[in-house]
Design a protein around this ligand. Structure first.
Ligand code: ZN
Length: 200
């Protein structure tokens, strides 16, 4: 079963790059979207806009993006842009639920990826995952964060084989309903259920 962004239910929710919005038979891919293998995806974070007259789906970014300074304790949402043995690099899009511009680059050391000991950072995340993190040092460049708490961690993740969104089947286990692939992540407690906005 293919999971596609629910246009009726999720009207006002924010989407992240990589969210599947629809199929090309149904819509034209408007601004802020891209096409891959017959599907339309969000290329940027923002709100989904459906132009029913022109059959176009696009992503609108918030007009009142603010220059919000993350401080120690800020809860941030972002996507994983690189993973090395020790370090995870995250592009932060939201600070305490406020869309920020420009995005912040944030580092997560493997020791802060989970309460459990991890050998390498790729045991916790994969490229393109949407993660919820907490800032632990805002004076360094880049700033640094942690994921070692139950409400922090991966909130959306995609199959490394086929790109379908992964479903949570165990504490840190995810399954792809499309190809059966099973992957490990350090998930947030509300993985897959969460609106992207976080209750502060
Ligand atoms: Zn898959």
């Amino acid at each position: 079963m293919l999971e596609i962004f629910d246009r009726e239910k999720n009207k006002e929710t924010l989407v992240f790059p990589g969210t599947r919005l629809g199929v090309i038979e149904e819509f034209y891919a408007g601004p802020g979207t891209y096409i891959d293998d017959g599907y339309i995806y969000a290329a940027i974070p923002g709100k989904v806009v459906i132009d029913k007259l022109n059959y176009e789906v696009s992503i609108m970014q918030s007009k009142n993006k603010k220059l919000v300074q993350p401080v120690v304790g800020s809860i941030c949402l972002g996507t994983v842009v690189s993973v090395s043995k020790q370090m995870i690099n995250i592009a932060i899009y939201y600070v305490n639920n406020v869309e920020v511009y420009p995005t912040y680059s944030c580092l997560l050391h493997v020791s802060q990826a989970s309460r459990a000991y991890l050998e390498t950072a790729d045991e916790a995340v994969a490229l393109g995952d949407v993660v919820r993190v907490k800032i632990i040092d805002a004076k360094t460049i880049p700033i640094q964060c942690t994921m070692a708490d139950s409400h922090l961690g991966v909130v959306i993740s995609y199959c490394s084989r086929c790109g379908n969104r992964l479903e949570k089947i165990g504490r840190n286990k995810l399954r792809c309903n499309e190809c059966g692939n099973i992957e490990n992540r350090k998930t947030a407690i509300d993985y897959g259920h969460s609106a992207l906005q976080f209750k502060l």
